[in-house]
Design a protein. Structure first.
Lengths: 185, 265
């Protein structure tokens, strides 16, 4: 067995292990959100991955997410950004973040229309040097360029993934803050 | 079975069998002192309000395990819960604990309109009530891989039981995911340590933070295009051409057939 070969195998094993833990984190968040009265939408957690020979960079996910309907006009999300925006290259990340926020649809009924990528909105805000993964909420608005996007505005906060070590951290640092933000923000 | 599973001798289908999981967990703790094996589980079970009613128990006087007992009490539908555990406490109280374990499957029966409860948990509790003596503490323990109290499952059962028996079921729950964390000090080369390893191998834990070890920088690269020499084509004109004049015969003929289904026998 060559050392380099072993590194490659180890790389994939570690990636899978990280996916397993991130899955547990998101399922814990689902359960805690359910206790607050907000049921997660479906079982989907990934978007933007590809099975195609032409898109190998997309064989590995760059983020995972869960969405929750807060009210008729608001949808909340929790996501984990693990890598750069490899396809559109709108942002890069130096470490993984857990992000949480909500989308407000104003007078319209809340409907994502399959735009799950909105769960990585924090990544787009990272270009602003004032934005940091410090738990503070950052507001954003829909610029209206894409007519398919119906949300009006929203807010999102993030913390480094490695700072979330157990279910209590998920509850205190993510879910409680998110529910408070989504209800009152 | 623990060793076979730790060494990867079971196929995935076998690993997913809830009877094997039940046997691994409750079969292992059967051979341990109750304070080491069963008590941490009993202390951690929660009720529908999220309370831990047995958390104050510190000692068990005596315990007896019966695996997959067949229960058929008077006026009850028969059932086969996974484990029947009789626990005697030092103050002479007795806990009759019936374990119903689920891993990837749902309850095996639902409520119906017959006089006796039919929903799997309701049916088991019905038998448990008749089986227990007066003064015994009844515990129906539902063990699943959920992340939180499976309220919907349990409320369905309670509803049927209450409708037919007019009494309230005492249903408690613990997740398989909790078990490994109950034995943080399990020493290597003990059955408890191996049990924890099996549960971890099955991914039956809660989120415990990322502990990914450092992976050295990968230097290997697939050199896909370095040997191309495009100039070759300048000196060697392409000689291949499609031999279109070969005798391909794409014409096809259809031979009429005479088969008919003869239904006039």
């Amino acid at each position: 067995m060559s050392a380099e070969g072993n590194i490659i195998t180890e790389l994939f094993k570690q990636t899978r292990k990280a996916c397993d833990q991130i899955g547990l984190l998101l399922r814990t968040a689902d359960e805690l959100m359910l206790k607050k009265g907000f049921k997660s939408e479906g079982n989907g957690a990934l978007e933007g991955i590809s099975y195609s020979i032409n898109s190998p960079l997309q064989w590995v996910p760059t983020y995972a997410f869960r969405f929750y309907k807060i009210s008729e006009k608001r949808i909340a999300f929790i996501s984990v950004l693990v890598d750069d925006d490899v396809v559109e290259r709108y942002y890069t990340v130096n470490e993984p973040y857990v992000t949480a926020g909500f989308l407000d649809f104003g007078k319209l009924d809340a409907n994502l229309n399959g735009n799950y990528w909105l769960a990585k909105y924090f990544g787009y805000l990272l270009k602003d040097p004032q934005v940091a993964a410090d738990g503070n909420a950052h507001p954003f608005k829909n610029d209206g360029k894409d007519p398919k996007l119906k949300f009006q505005d929203g807010q999102v906060f993030a913390v480094p993934l490695v700072s979330i070590k157990n279910a209590d951290d998920v509850k205190n640092e993510i879910v409680s803050k998110l529910v408070n933000l989504a209800k009152n923000g | 079975m623990l060793q076979a599973q730790l060494k990867g001798k079971l196929v995935a289908e076998e690993e997913r069998m809830e009877d094997i999981l039940t046997s691994n967990v409750f079969g292992s703790i059967k051979y341990l002192k109750p304070e080491e094996g069963l008590l941490p589980i009993l202390q951690s079970v929660i009720d529908i309000n999220g309370q831990r009613p047995f958390s104050s128990i510190r000692e068990i006087y005596d315990v007896h395990f019966s695996f997959w007992p067949w229960l058929r009490e008077n006026e009850c539908k028969p059932c086969e819960p996974d484990v029947l555990i009789t626990v005697r406490l030092p103050d002479h109280r007795k806990i009759i604990l019936l374990v119903e374990a689920k891993y990837l499957s749902e309850k095996s029966s639902e409520a119906d309109e017959n006089p006796a409860p039919n929903d799997q948990l309701a049916r088991e509790y019905d038998n448990l009530e008749k089986l227990a003596g007066s003064g015994d503490i009844l515990v129906l323990l539902y063990v699943t891989a959920h992340f939180g109290y499976p309220k919907e499952d349990i409320e369905e059962s309670m509803s049927e039981h209450h409708r037919k028996r007019r009494s309230k079921m005492s249903v408690y729950w613990i997740s398989w995911r909790k078990i490994a964390s109950l034995y943080p000090n399990a020493k290597e080369d003990t059955i408890l340590y191996d049990l924890v390893m099996v549960l971890r191998r099955m991914g039956l834990t809660f989120y415990e933070g990322l502990t990914v070890s450092r992976v050295p920088k990968l230097t290997w690269k697939f050199k896909a295009v370095t040997s191309w020499t495009w100039t070759q084509y300048d000196f060697h004109p392409l000689s291949w051409n499609f031999a279109a004049n070969q005798n391909f015969n794409w014409q096809h003929s259809v031979t009429p057939f005479k088969w008919r289904f003869d239904n006039e026998r």
